[in-house]
Write a protein that binds this ligand. Structure first.
Ligand code: S3P
Length: 445
């Protein structure tokens, strides 16, 4: 029997974009809300949760270890209730993380430190991603692993040994590694410390604090952050409001900037400074973005983004900004391809180990679409001439949602359409991407 062909999708040039929309809930916050809700005492209710495949993987895992997750279709609220961290049960089946690196790394820490054995599997993309970065510190804490070469999934982890707190300096700027350690540390008596040379996104720290953990962050003059967490806290269920995800807003935002005459509003978008590097960069490129109605929503700073079609110019972005916009380089590369002049994005080695090798795929796809692009070491260099390239490419999305969405946005601007071989991975983070873009005037089908 032959498999059905993958669902290819094509984007064509259309009219200027207009309208006002909400974007899906923040993916990082949604994962943590389910995880902490599932181990706290008492119910946690969540408003604005991202409803996507990656979050479904996290939910399924929490259910498999004894938590309940319920959806109220009337209020759109989700309620998570767990047996308490100490009472999680060993899952009697393999925990399937699908495409989600965040689910895998965080749950390996959280569940791996329990006195039970957990088996983790993932799809073809996740099987290629490095888990050694969490296995190494978690092994220092006393967890034991059985994993494939270089720590690839599938793997098994067991927390039955004597476990000890850790003092760990992150060798890579990774919120997932930081979070895996902190979530493991919850099961271990004593204070664990994670040192971040460059601050990364902080939803784990914020949410642990909100649930009642004893966590504090010490900032040094050199810009380093030391996060101290006391093990075995009493966590209590909370009410969580999830803001819109800037990583999802990034797609309509760049589409509107690049399409002459466009004017859109993206409401209630999280603008936490650890996440907002894209906005800083697009403003530096000359983008017309106004952040209005700034307020706090669920403990996070949010704003409505008013975006207008703009003439962009190339910029250089230093490596230090990368953690605050790590998921946004593919879509920013599309903006650079249409901007006037050269852009250089420095120090992008982490892009090689995302859902795909994004550095290679972005460069290859742009080249196919007629853009002059180069990779020098870990830098991406894009020469734009102030207008969209010719397009006309068939892009291999390689199970990567952000590669798929980024090239569809480019295809909304180019002379010739751009086709994505398989758009199904978009459902991992932004299931309503095509209807949302279509409602704003985009031509994607
Ligand atoms: C995430 C952290 C980032 C990011 C990912 C979500 C998180 O990964 O790319 O999409 O929720 O902690 P790294 O920590 O590997 O940079």
């Amino acid at each position: 029997m032959t498999a059905p062909p993958p669902p290819s999708v094509r984007a064509r040039r259309g009219p200027p974009l207009s309208g006002t929309t909400l974007v899906p809930g923040d993916k990082s916050i949604s994962h943590r809300a389910i995880m902490l809700g599932g181990i706290a005492t008492g119910p946690t209710s969540i408003k604005g949760l991202l409803e996507s495949e990656d979050i479904a993987a996290t939910m399924a895992a929490l259910k498999a270890v004894g938590a309940s997750v319920r959806h109220d279709p009337q209020t759109q609220n989700w309620t998570v209730e767990g047996p308490g961290l100490e009472n999680l049960q060993e899952s009697d089946s393999v925990l399937n993380m699908g495409n989600s690196g965040t689910s895998a790394r965080l749950l390996i820490g959280l569940l791996g430190a329990r006195p039970m054995t957990s088996f983790f599997a993932g799809d073809a993309s996740l099987q290629k991603r490095p888990m050694g970065r969490v296995i190494e510190p978690l092994t220092q804490m006393g967890l034991t692993f059985m994993a494939r070469h270089q720590g690839r999934l599938p793997l098994a982890v067991c927390g039955k040994g004597p476990l000890r707190p850790i003092n760990y300096r992150l060798p890579v700027a990774s919120a997932q590694v930081k979070s895996a350690i902190l979530l493991a540390a919850l099961s271990i008596e004593g204070t664990s410390t994670v040192i971040e040379p460059i601050p990364t996104r902080d939803p784990t720290e914020r949410m642990l604090r909100a649930f009642g953990a004893d966590i504090h962050v010490e900032k040094t003059a050199a810009g380093t952050h030391a996060i101290h967490l006391q093990g075995r806290p009493k966590l209590t269920g909370q009410k969580i409001n999830v803001p819109g995800d800037i990583s999802a807003a990034a797609f309509p935002l760049v589409a509107a900037l690049l399409s002459e005459g466009s004017a859109i509003t993206l409401q209630n978008v999280g603008i936490n400074e650890r996440r907002a590097g894209l906005i800083t960069s697009l403003l530096e490129m000359g983008g017309n973005i106004a952040l209005e109605n700034k307020r706090t929503h669920g403990g996070e700073e949010v704003a409505d983004l008013h975006v207008k079609g703009s003439k962009l110019h190339g910029i250089t972005i230093e490596k230090e900004r990368a953690p605050s916009m790590i998921d946004e380089y593919p879509i920013l590369a599309m903006a650079a391809a249409c901007a006037k002049g050269t852009s250089r994005f420095k120090g992008l080695e982490e892009l090689r180990v995302k859902e795909s090798d994004r550095l290679t795929l972005v460069a290859a796809g742009l080249r196919q679409a007629g853009v002059d692009v180069a990779i020098e070491g870990d830098d991406l260099i894009i020469h734009g001439n102030g207008m969209p390239p010719k397009g006309g490419a068939l892009i291999n999305a390689a199970l990567d949602h952000r590669i798929a969405m980024s090239f569809l946005i480019l295809g909304m601007l180019t002379d010739q359409p751009i086709t994505i071989d398989d758009a199904s991975p978009i459902a991992t983070s932004f299931p309503n991407f095509i209807p949302l873009m279509t409602k704003l005037g985009g031509n994607i089908a």
